[in-house]
Design a protein around this ligand. Structure first.
Ligand code: BTN
Length: 320
């Protein structure tokens, strides 16, 4: 860990409290010049600091996500053992796939403050103003579970993580929407590609933490965590909570513990018995939702009583 990272960690752990400069120097094992250099470096990295002669120095929130603050004490086995944060990339999912060729390890998390070409499912754009939200991707290279199960696992983990970090009750909507009060607050995009002769899976996750696009951009009501909180959402707390839940849910998917995923998903899903219309592989299906299966996808009974399995990858709910 560098001196700058140590100082950042100390300031972050004190939350809204301040550190006298001498106290900070003592805690970090630095002299005054070392502390000053570290504080300059933090400002260059985009952190906001408040300095006062009587109170000392304080990190002004909401704090910008930083790899060290995300990894620190995370306690996961697979997801987030290593984290990289960028200012701007084309898409965090592209960076994650590219990193698989360059030694990127299983569980790597790539996060960015903004994306030039953020993508959603079925060729849609994912729009997010710089520095407001959570845009990140997780690379899985070792024994990655089937995409269908990962879509369920990731959506569930996002809902659970948001709930544990912010106390907001999220629902899930097949295949990949996480909802708060009926508005879309997060989405998951699972993609599979071959890289360096391995099957690599990238889970791309977008969470509207502090801003959300207008409905005309996304075709359905969207919302943000901040719209349901009294202030800005702490993006670091949210991403850490989501990574912890992802670690658990991906492990269950990989171990074939599908009953756990199934019951967790159904407990947060209001679609059972709902009459919906789904577009899948160029065909329109209308029917009542009977189940969401972590391997088969959506199970629908059409008006003639036929049981239809619709995979997440090629399907979209267009009504209902
Ligand atoms: C959807 O609901 O359509 C899925 C949206 C997924 C968006 C995230 S943002 C981080 C990652 N990078 C991307 O380009 N897309 C995903």
């Amino acid at each position: 860990m560098t001196h700058t990272e140590r100082i950042l960690e100390l300031l972050y752990d004190r939350k809204d409290g301040a550190f006298l400069l001498d106290e900070l120097a003592g805690a970090a094992g630095l002299d005054a010049a070392g502390v000053a250099a570290a504080l300059d470096e933090l400002r260059r990295r985009g952190h906001k600091l408040e300095l006062s002669p009587s109170h000392g120095v304080r990190l002004v929130g909401p704090v910008r996500p930083d790899a060290r603050l995300i990894e620190h004490g995370l306690g996961t086995r697979r997801i987030g053992r290593s984290v990289i944060c960028f200012d701007t990339v084309d898409s965090t999912s592209d960076v994650a796939f590219d990193s698989a060729r360059q030694g990127g390890t299983d569980g790597l998390v790539v996060l960015a403050e903004s994306q030039r070409h953020g993508r959603g499912r079925l060729g849609r754009q994912w729009i997010s103003p710089p520095g407001a939200n959570l845009l990140f991707s997780v690379l899985l290279t070792d024994a990655a579970p089937p995409g269908e199960a990962l879509t369920i696992a990731a959506g569930l983990a996002v809902a659970e993580g948001i709930e544990s970090a912010c106390g907001l009750a999220c629902r899930v909507r097949w295949p990949n929407d996480v909802l708060l009060d009926g508005g879309k607050v997060a989405g998951v995009l699972v993609e599979v590609r071959r890289r360096a002769r391995r099957r690599c899976v990238v889970l791309g996750i977008g969470i509207n933490a502090n801003a959300h696009p207008p409905p005309e951009h996304v075709g359905r009501p969207a919302t943000s965590l901040a719209a349901h909180l009294s202030g800005a959402a702490d993006r670091i707390e949210v991403v850490r909570a989501v990574l912890r839940q992802l670690d658990l849910r991906v492990r269950q998917a990989a171990a074939g513990e599908l009953d756990e995923l199934h019951s967790g998903w159904l407990a947060r899903c209001d679609m059972i018995n709902e009459r919906i219309t789904v577009w899948s592989r160029g065909r329109r299906y209308v029917g009542r939702v009977s189940d969401v299966d972590p391997l088969a996808g959506l199970i629908l009974f059409d008006d003639d009583g036929r049981r239809i399995h619709l995979p997440a990858e090629h399907s979209t709910v267009i009504e209902g």
